[in-house]
Ligand binder design. Structure first.
Ligand SMILES: [Zn+2]
Length: 171
């Protein structure tokens, strides 16, 4: 009985703690987003949170409709690539323009806290580059699709087919 009570107590504390944690995480996120211009906000938010939303899902649906089969976020590969074609030894990364530092208008840094963002995005770019190099060293090829490129769906499809080759071979 005592154990149950103690156990419940821990559970309650645990719940409270996780609520406090998630509140402060939300607060943090809100403050960070406030530093970014209004224009950029919805664009960035579309790539925040779950890896299974937004641009990545668009590319996955595209690949599926084209007839390709793939795995997701394979652990053990550098950078845990978003989409993995095991048999072809090919991977596709879908990069948010802001976080991965694309040279397009969505990759522009906010005016406030510029140094902070510069440092952060530079680190992300460095990591991306290192991951792709490591993949290549292991005999894999990588294709990067940028979020902004998805506006031209046909062009992205063409790049995917060109990169992956015909669908009627092994995935
Ligand atoms: Zn872009």
């Amino acid at each position: 009985m005592l154990f149950v009570i103690v156990n419940r107590g821990i559970l309650t504390i645990g719940r409270k703690y996780s609520r406090v944690l998630s509140q402060s995480a939300g607060f943090h996120r809100k403050r960070m987003i406030d530093r970014v211009s209004e224009e950029k906000r919805s664009y960035i938010m579309s790539s925040v949170g779950s890896k299974d939303t937004g641009p990545e899902l668009v590319v996955r649906k595209m690949l599926h409709r084209l007839g390709y089969r793939y795995r997701l976020h394979k652990r053990g590969l550098p950078g845990s690539p978003d989409v993995v074609f095991q048999g072809r030894k090919k991977v596709v990364f879908i990069h948010g323009c802001f976080w991965h530092g694309h040279g397009c208008k969505y990759g522009r840094l906010p005016k406030s806290k510029k140094e902070y963002w510069e440092k952060k995005i530079k680190m992300n770019r460095k990591r991306d580059k290192r991951n792709i190099q490591e993949l290549e060293d292991l005999g894999w090829s990588a294709l990067v699709i940028w979020q902004c490129e998805l506006k031209e769906a046909e062009a992205v499809k063409a790049r995917l087919v060109n990169f992956l080759g015909p669908t009627n071979t092994t995935n």
